[in-house]
Design a protein. Sequence first.
Length: 170
Amino acid sequence: MVATTINGVIPAGARVPGFTLPRPGGGELTLPDRAAKGLTLAIFFKNTCPTCRLILPFVERLHEQVEGFGGRVVGISQDGLDGARELARELALTMPVAADRDDWPVSQEYDLVSVPTLYLIDGEGKVVRGFAGFQKAELMRVATELAASVGAPVPVIYREGEALPDLKPG
């Protein structure tokens, strides 16, 4: 079943389609995760997407700051297992990454229009926030909500002196 989207993003309050996908190092990633302590941030990305390469290091910083509190940040690659492994290595990603299959069935179920597309979801799969592209303020809101959901301090995902756009479409 394809999700109903508004401008390619499933709206807050709606439920995301569930899925289980393979991970490059073995094992699987399942969403929604009813056993998650708090909220989960999921980011759909593609290796050749410049906006994905812009946002992924900040998403990784968030992962590093909430993981110890039980926070969950996961990536879903549209580049298969080898592509997911390659980008994770290149960007030093430690967050769990899974790979959509060759014909992108999960991306199609989510009715993605562009990448990156990010969803903050609860354990039942209800969207708390969703957005596409790089939105500096929205990513900080998502980071703050995810951290609060697991009792972590407000994360620092942007560093002083980093020249970042407020918005960059995917």
